[in-house]
Design a protein around this ligand. Structure first.
Ligand code: THU
Length: 143
């Protein structure tokens, strides 16, 4: 596993906090920001984007993944995510199950690191395997 440096973690958190301010969350008012580090070194950002019909809402984490994959990235090291009511994180906001499933598609669960943060000084680093044990992934369909 690539050992992330403390300054790399803090930079990803700073970017995620910035992105939470871009959230379009007029219904829940819960604003989430994400910063996804690709193995190339490029950071892709995301925020949640809600919808009046509710179901089309896209989480911050998936926004970041879909932006990255659409730019040709397929390999990832880590993602930082922050969230809170009106853009003020007060607790750790773990990625939803759908986002964990999307991570399973592109990431090695033992390697990929998920940084849950409140701010630059309050964070936890978990692997995808810890947050999504026995997840179903591309390997399960290999012939
Ligand atoms: N949300 C995210 O962006 N990421 C998550 O992993 C959890 C939930 C968003 C979706 C919705 O816009 C708001 O938070 C409240 O559920």
């Amino acid at each position: 596993m690539k050992q992330l440096k403390e300054n790399e973690i803090k930079e990803l958190i700073t970017t995620a906090l910035h992105m939470a301010q871009r959230a379009y969350a007029p219904y829940s008012h819960f604003q989430v920001g994400a910063a996804l580090l690709a193995k190339s070194g490029t950071v892709y950002t995301g925020c949640n984007i809600e919808n009046a019909a509710y179901t089309p809402t896209n989480c911050a984490e998936r926004t970041a993944f879909f932006k990255a994959v659409s730019e040709g990235e397929r390999e990832f090291t880590a993602i930082a995510a922050v969230g809170g009511m009106n853009g003020v994180p007060k607790d750790y906001a773990g990625p939803c199950g759908v986002c964990r499933q999307v991570m399973m598609e592109f990431c090695d669960p033992e390697e990929f690191q998920i940084i849950l943060a409140i701010d630059q000084d309050h964070y936890k680093v978990c692997t995808l395997a810890e947050l999504f044990p026995y997840g179903f992934g591309p390997g399960d369909l290999a012939v």
